[in-house]
Design a protein around this ligand. Structure first.
Ligand code: ITT
Length: 192
């Protein structure tokens, strides 16, 4: 079965291809000649994930899935959440995003947070969502060089190392994204 992963991120495509094997042919937005920016205007991670998949289904009539992720901090009422990538104003400026996050949490001892990924699959017009979360807390300063985004300040619950101190392999065993992806894969593999 041919399935479009509504992303332009080559790493994400490779990762899912490796996990799914030959039963599914995963194609990217480039492969289906989609040049438009996918809409992400709903204000929630769940909503944006669904909006992106819906866009591809409606315009390209192909079975597809899309993901959206973010960091939700309890003491900040769930911020940065859907705005995680551009919390400080510039998309993907992780250093500035972390700096603002730490500033906004200065002086608070309530530092619980979780990463969340929602994958929306549209299969023959039916919509299915798969969620993965990992609980943890935000450290007062950065630790570690690996990973990306907020990894240097995120300490997963029950672990002594931040996501940025773990190898990619270790992080992938417990991450929100891996969990949501596992749920998607299990669903796809059990679909006749
Ligand atoms: P695309 O290229 O697929 O759009 P992205 O990084 O912009 O990737 P995501 O929806 O995967 O979009 O994540 C949004 C932001 O949330 C991301 O830019 C990071 O700031 C943060 N984030 C998500 N997953 C993370 C992780 O595993 N570690 C650290 N930060 C993460």
């Amino acid at each position: 079965m041919k399935l479009c992963f509504a992303t332009r991120n080559a790493n994400k495509i490779k990762e899912i291809k490796d996990k799914l094997g030959d039963a599914f042919e995963i194609v990217s937005l480039e492969d289906i000649q989609c040049k438009e920016e996918l809409p992400e205007t709903t204000g929630t991670i769940e909503g944006n994930s669904a909006q992106k998949a819906q866009f591809v289904w409606e315009h390209y009539k192909i079975n597809c899935f899309a993901d959206d992720s973010g960091l939700e901090v309890d003491a900040l009422n769930g911020a940065p959440g859907v705005d995680s990538a551009m919390y400080a104003g510039v998309h993907g400026d992780s250093e500035a995003n972390i700096k603002l996050l730490l500033k906004n949490l200065q002086g608070t001892i309530h530092r619980k947070a979780h990463f969340k990924t929602v994958i929306t699959l549209i299969l023959n017009g039916d919509t299915h969502q798969f969620e993965g979360t990992i609980e943890g807390s935000i450290l007062p300063e950065t630790k570690g060089q690996e990973g990306f985004g907020y990894d240097p300040v995120f300490l997963p619950k029950g672990y002594q190392q931040t996501f940025a101190e773990m190898s990619l392999e270790e992080k992938n065993k417990i991450s929100h994204r891996s969990l949501a992806t596992e749920k998607l894969i299990q669903f796809l593999q059990s679909t006749p």
